[in-house]
Design a protein around this ligand. Structure first.
Ligand code: ATP
Length: 301
């Protein structure tokens, strides 16, 4: 379990993390989401004891990470896949980590295989692609067979096969009862991988909820096609609907449901060619949840 309690971290006048509290539970994959600069990496560094909080604490299985005697056996983490010694081979790198944590050499071969790196185990890391470095970082995190795993943007640089491999791995690790936390910008992938989501913006908690309920927090729209879009738009707006005309001429309608639109169109004698309720995607839910807390807007605001 990872517990973040009242965590506050300031850089000068910036509150990178602001009184943040959440718990990452075992047996689930928890997605950590937030716009650029929201404070995800800073929070994860604090969990690893790489930041000194101005207030609050971050605990791994009830203890500060730095106080763990064999940390790799309690939590495996990948923060920055590029931060490895390029001159070593993958096997030597993992061997070094294993020795310093009292882990047997046999485990090195095991995690190399698990990460799909057995064929390149004796090559220097400097020649690795970003995706291979991500796999190596994940192999290192798995080395101590830890009950808690935490990955910052582990999907970066992975090809579709790699993304699928990681999704299956994370789900099976959670299925074994481990605690799994990962951040990612890839919303569709997160929707497929995570059971639970913690969303932050400007260092503050915005949502801590089951993945299934996140998209459900927001009503989707209704897609309407008609031969008389101008009149139908006017009628729906008069009833308080928000109507946007899409590129192909279809109408995207909020604040009226499909049945209400059908009744209105019938009463006005306006023919309908399509009337389809659409659920909000995770991406839409995320954008709406975080629209007030994005630090970097496109358009340079
Ligand atoms: N070493 C630092 N010195 C000063 N400010 C920092 C430092 N590290 C982070 N920040 C600031 O703290 C805030 C949170 O940054 P952080 O990297 O934790 O966000 P993030 O959610 O991981 O973002 P991204 O998705 O872009 O990686 C940002 O405003 C960032 O500019």
């Amino acid at each position: 379990m990872i517990e973040v309690r009242g965590l506050t971290i300031r850089y000068g006048r910036t509150r990178a993390v602001d009184d943040l509290t959440f718990t990452v539970r075992p047996g689930l994959v928890t997605g950590f989401l937030g716009p650029n600069g929201a404070g995800k990496s800073t929070t994860m560094r604090a969990v690893l004891g790489l930041e000194s909080p101005d207030a609050g604490e971050a605990l791994v299985d009830g203890r500060a990470y730095v106080s763990l005697r064999r940390p790799l056996r309690t939590m495996g983490a990948l923060l920055d896949a590029g931060a490895v010694h390029g001159g070593r081979t993958a096997r030597a790198h993992l061997g070094c980590l294993a020795r310093s944590n009292g882990i047997g050499a046999g485990r090195v071969t095991g995690v190399l295989e698990q990460a799909g790196l057995a064929g390149v185990a004796d090559r220097r890391i400097s020649g690795f692609s970003l995706g291979m470095k991500q796999r190596l970082g994940i192999a290192a995190a798995l080395l101590g067979d830890p009950p808690v795993l935490m990955f910052d943007e582990p999907l970066n640089g992975l090809d579709p096969e790699g993304i699928r491999w990681l999704r299956d791995l994370l789900r099976s690790l959670a299925g074994e009862g481990r605690t799994v936390l990962l951040s990612s910008h890839l919303m569709n992938e997160m929707a497929l991988t995570a059971d639970h989501v913690v969303v932050i913006g400007r260092g503050r908690l915005i949502a801590d909820t089951a993945m299934n309920t996140l998209a459900g927090l927001f009503r989707g729209d209704v897609l309407v096609r008609t031969s008389d879009p101008e009149r139908l738009t006017a009628v729906m707006r008069a009833r308080g609907a928000e109507v946007v005309t899409e590129d192909d001429g279809a109408l995207s309608v909020h604040d009226l449901d499909a049945a209400e639109i059908g009744v209105l169109a019938l009463a006005e004698g306006i023919p309908l060619a399509e009337l389809s309720p659409r659920g909000a995607s995770l991406e839409e839910a995320f954008m709406r949840l975080t629209e007030d807390s994005t630090e970097y807007h496109s358009g340079g605001r």
